[in-house]
Design a binder for this molecule. Structure first.
Ligand code: ZN
Length: 480
């Protein structure tokens, strides 16, 4: 027992001696062996985006604890601060042909916040749904550039908070005083026209409308439609489109649907308009036929075969095929010839009748005298024979029916544009049974007035008719 203790004591003493020697060696090494000493060196440093990077400086020396000399430092590796990322830099220390190196990681980071700016007076306005309006927000960042699209705003306690985060996670917030204000009505836009014309027993196609609100955005699905259209009964049907926004601002828009009796259902009851076009067909007759077709309106064409109407045989055929009445207006329209004698007149009349028959297969018996039956121009050609008195009787004796007019569009005597032609016609309409309108389809502005005249007529209870042999007689007083 005691012997064993003595043995353990020996071991302990030996260990202590060995330890003492080790400490002594370490001490000698620390105090007497020369080495590199670097003070305050970081193995990882950060530098801001686009700022200058300065290599680590600090005191580095070589020597023993008692004597140390400054050493030369060389840096290896570059840092590009215009690009975010991690860069490796190596510091090499040299002295007395001894070298030593240390690695350093340099992080180029973006730590600058974006800048939010608001253009607008406080308090800023916002909608009931929390969406602000009436001001302009922009956000820019030193690294990401324009961040306006990334700005998030919310309303809390009558304040609007704006927040934006850049791609490096730097967050900016801004708070402005706000006020709830939504007095603007939604805007309803009709699809299709606000006046729609549908022939009796025709088809009305509801095209609906769209609605947009400054606060609520698209409100189309919330539109309600009041009113119905009965296409089996002529009349003016009013459709009302209404919508409310989230602040109960109401908007409404009206569409009129005019269901009218078209020329396909001729009735001499009520108010009838007979559109008549002299001196064609010509360059604008096709355009006119398109308009008439659009409204299913039938008209009457008193045609000639003057130089300016040549080359429009196909247009004449089209007018006939589409159900318009083709009437005769003499072939030459030459007052000096046609009113020189009864024979001359009929020669000319039969020439145009033959031509129409050749083109359409039908020989018209309806006519209009150039200048009308009341014209006095004929006096200078007839040698005092009172030609109009003779012709008005002669044409009827041969079974023809002539028509004058009781509404002058003045498209050949004063009116200079479509608006004037249309108002001359519209202002002449009243509550009479029969209105025969004089126009000329060789004048473009007169043709351009037709749609306005038709829309006015259809929306005011008139029926458009084409002249027939048994249409009510509209004849002037014969003055020669
Ligand atoms: Zn004429």
């Amino acid at each position: 027992m005691e012997k064993k203790f003595q043995l353990d004591k020996k071991i302990l003493i030996t260990l202590m001696i060995v330890l003492g020697i080790l400490i002594l060696i370490l001490g000698i090494y620390f105090f007497f062996v020369p080495r590199f000493r670097v003070q305050s060196f970081s193995s990882k440093v950060e530098v801001s985006y686009n700022e200058e990077f300065n290599y680590q400086s600090g005191k580095v020396c070589y020597g023993t604890f008692f004597h140390c000399e400054e050493v030369e430092i060389k840096e290896e590796g570059t840092v590009d601060t215009s690009k975010l990322g991690s860069y490796q830099v190596t510091y090499v220390f040299e002295h007395q042909s001894k070298t030593f190196s240390k690695e350093q990681e340099v992080l180029v980071v973006d730590n600058e916040k974006p800048v939010i700016s608001i253009e607008g007076e406080e308090p800023l306005t916002y909608c009931a749904n929390g969406i602000g309006y009436g001001y302009k927000v922009t956000a820019t960042d030193n690294y990401d550039g324009d961040l306006t699209d990334k700005v998030v705003s919310k309303v809390e306690n009558e304040k609007i908070h704006f927040e934006v985060v850049d791609s490096s996670g730097n967050k900016s917030v801004l708070e402005k005083n706000g006020i709830l204000k939504d007095e603007e009505k939604p805007v309803i836009t009709l699809n299709g026209e606000s006046s729609v014309f549908v022939p009796l027993n025709g088809v009305y196609e509801e095209k609906n409308a769209s609605a947009y609100d400054n606060c609520d955005g698209d409100l189309t699905v919330n539109i309600t439609l009041e009113g119905t259209v009965d296409t089996t009964k002529a009349g003016d049907y009013m459709l009302t489109y209404k919508v409310l926004d989230s602040n109960n601002n109401e908007a409404s828009v009206v569409r009129h649907v005019y269901v009218y009796q078209s020329s396909d259902y001729p009735s001499l009851e009520g108010k009838n308009i007979y559109l008549t076009f002299d001196d064609g067909p010509g360059a604008y007759t096709s355009k006119l036929l398109d308009v008439l077709k659009k409204y299913n309106v039938k008209a009457t064409f008193f045609v000639t075969d003057q130089n300016l109407t040549k080359g429009y045989d196909d247009v004449l055929k089209r007018a006939y095929d589409e159900g318009h009445t083709i009437g005769l207006h003499t072939s030459s329209h030459n007052y000096g010839y046609i009113y020189s004698s009864v024979d001359a007149y009929f020669n000319d009349l039969y020439a145009i009748q033959d031509k129409v028959k050749r083109i359409t297969g039908f020989a018209p018996m309806i006519l209009r005298f150039p200048g009308g039956s009341s014209n006095t121009i004929s006096k200078s050609a007839d040698g005092g024979t009172h030609i109009m008195s003779q012709l008005t009787k002669a044409v009827q004796a041969k079974g023809f029916r002539y028509f004058d007019w009781n509404v002058d569009s003045k498209d050949a005597s004063g009116a200079k544009n479509a608006a004037q032609v249309a108002s001359n016609v519209i202002n002449s309409l009243g509550n009479k049974n029969t209105y025969v309108v004089l126009q000329h389809d060789i004048k473009e502005y007169s043709v351009d007035a037709v749609e306005t005249i038709i829309q006015f007529g259809l929306s005011h209870g008139y029926t458009f008719q084409a002249l027939k042999m048994d249409s009510p007689r509209v004849e002037h007083t014969v003055n020669n």
